[in-house]
Design a protein. Structure first.
Length: 264
């Protein structure tokens, strides 16, 4: 019996145009009515996710910041803040690299230190609340930073992600998108966030379905017996999932849910 469904956003629930198909609002309501908890699991900011699910905010769990924050009905079930003293070295390194910018992601807002249009555009896409400040480290003193994101103007997988491996002893270094690399506290990832949800609600991995498309979804798949990669997923993620469904543009999550639940 499935009691929990967890789904990634970009490339999974969202279509190629970055839109959430309207059908999912009704699907989530039906799941809730039948006692199935829905969790949206994303590298996006909590406030960004709220904008997509405003009318469902009390019916679902928000696993945001790649697992560093889990929020239910406005209350944090989990928020793993990075000690301020540990932020300086990676931030300075990111500043020194050509074409990369630090984005410090806090409980209150995300922090950037440039009004460069490309940086602002990409930050606004994933962070509904953000501030442009002279010094992100100074501004971070008044917030709880749970993730240090890196915006990469090149392909992150072959640039910032590779370079930031020098910090892997102190941080979890995660490739979270074509232009994004994320640093979090050791061991923090979507799998940890999903485990926190399972523990809080008394749900086992065998009672869990999970959907994703990218490498940052891999730890989440280890916490769900029914792990699904959408057809457009990264090849390495497909290897780690037990099942495959249709692409995000074909509502692959919905197709798999309809196979699982007769009431849909």
């Amino acid at each position: 019996m499935i009691r929990l469904v967890a789904a990634d956003m970009d490339g999974t629930l969202l279509n190629s145009a970055g839109k959430l198909p309207e059908v999912y609002s009704g699907v989530i309501r039906l799941l809730d009515r039948h006692g199935v908890l829905f969790a949206v699991a994303s590298g996006r900011q909590y406030y960004n996710l709220l904008n997509h699910f405003e009318d469902l905010r009390d019916r679902i769990v928000f696993l945001s910041e790649n697992g560093a924050r889990v929020t239910y009905r406005g209350n944090d079930l989990f928020l793993d803040a990075i000690p301020f003293a540990d932020l300086a070295a990676p931030t300075e390194f990111i500043r020194s690299q050509k074409g990369t910018d630090p984005v410090l992601c806090g409980a209150r807002s995300a922090l950037i230190e440039s009004d460069d249009p490309l940086l602002v555009e990409n930050t606004a896409k994933y962070y509904a609340r953000y501030e442009i400040v002279p010094d992100v480290l100074e501004a971070a003193k008044s917030d709880r930073i749970c993730k240090l994101a890196v915006f990469d103007r090149r392909t992150a997988e072959h640039n910032s992600y590779a370079r930031l491996q020098i910090f892997q002893e102190r941080f979890t270094v995660t490739l979270s998108g074509e232009c994004w690399t994320d640093l979090m506290n050791p061991g923090v990832n979507k799998g940890v966030g999903l485990a926190k949800i399972q523990e809080h609600f008394g749900i086992s991995p065998r009672e869990t379905m999970a959907f994703g498309d990218y490498l940052n979804d891999a730890p989440m798949m280890e916490r769900a017996f029914r792990s699904y990669a959408v057809a457009n997923a990264h090849p390495e993620l497909k290897k780690r999932c037990r099942f495959e469904t249709l692409s995000n543009d074909e509502n692959g999550v919905l197709a798999a849910l309809k196979q699982q639940f007769s009431f849909l």
